[in-house]
Write a protein that binds this ligand. Sequence first.
Ligand code: URA
Ligand code: CA
Length: 436
Amino acid sequence: MRMVDVIEKKRDGKELTPEEINYFVEGYTDGSIPDYQASALTMAIFFQGMSERERADLTMSMVQSGDQIDLSAIEGVKVDKHSTGGVGDTTTLVLGPLVAAVGVPVAKMSGRGLGHTGGTIDKLEAVPGFHVEIDNDEFTRLVNENKIAVIGQSGNLTPADKKLYSLRDVTATVNSIPLIASSIMSKKIAAGADAVVLDVKTGAGAFMKELGDSQELAQAMVNIGNNVGRRTMAVISDMSQPLGFAIGNALEVKEAIDTLKGEGPEDLTELCLTLGSHMVYLAGKAATLEQAREKLVSVIKDGSALNSFKLFLKSQGGDESVVDEPEKLPKAAHVLELEAKEDGYVSEIIADAVGTAAMWLGAGRATKESEIDLAVGLELRKKIGDKVQKGESLVTIHSNSEDIADVKNKLYESIKVTKNKVDAPVLIHGEIKETK
Ligand code: URA
Ligand code: CA
């Protein structure tokens, strides 16, 4: 086989065979196919697209390009949740203990990464003593006993995707539905998921800003999952403003605790109940979605969701007393309010920009080398649709620096107040059902 023929075929809009796709993925991973040929092919895919069959084949070739996690020693259906990202998305911290309390095994492999705030592991490390340096046997034992454990990313998962994603980043080919969908799904499958619940975000703060694009991406991922034998469904949720109130590591842990107690923000609670119901249902722990939701509501009410969080923290070295005494979490030196300059209604909270302000405070990493400050971040006091009076707080800023003029300006630019009444945005924009 010759790479130039594969490129030509896709350039002319023809369908590639599984062998041709695998030839490309293997050759690109081992370095025998150079960047310039891989970029020509990704650009051809960008313009010509890929059939459903090609997408499934590309996904599985990328899965097979590296290690695959074997979770077979863990009892039950391993349902993973994946979010396409956003600002202040505390759902993973809440959902883990929540569905574990209903008996769904949560075997989470997580990372740190770049962004407005840290990844799930960074956030959890705000709990004194908590660590993810456990070996595979310990991980398996903990999930079987407690139904939940988190381990740091190890091994060589989907090296083809890592290489391709970096290449796409510098060749203007990130924004291709078949390439995004296969990239995300390959990582979930390599990490051992039997079933996947996708939370595809839509709106100003999301990767996909238009609802139509978010639906198309969600459908593409659901089709891939189902075509390769993993039950998969998607929820399309709003990211026109940050989710919940907290954006920052320790602040989000506190927000997760509140939510597990049944005292969390309305939007975060509702999204967790929606995603959680689908996870419980796919794991076979409830006969219907309604029943799944009832179970989740009852473990919040009777305290078992909160206990599951305590047990999880304790089992991985964390001080579980933070759950009852959240003042033990890292605290910033300065707590300041961003005061509204006029009366009116909040009409816009540009999620991206608010995230950037949190990153400037030190809550996230701008580069791989940056250090995270777990204590700092933002707490929104108002959300879109809320009435506000001049002088009232829009945001509480937790900072370790006194010089935050830039952060304040950024926040004033990102939070718009108008005279006219504004409706709160819809939270759930739709669902893409599994195709059996
Ligand atoms: N996120 C991914 O993991 N892959 C993509 O291609 C785009 C976003
Ligand atoms: Ca939040």
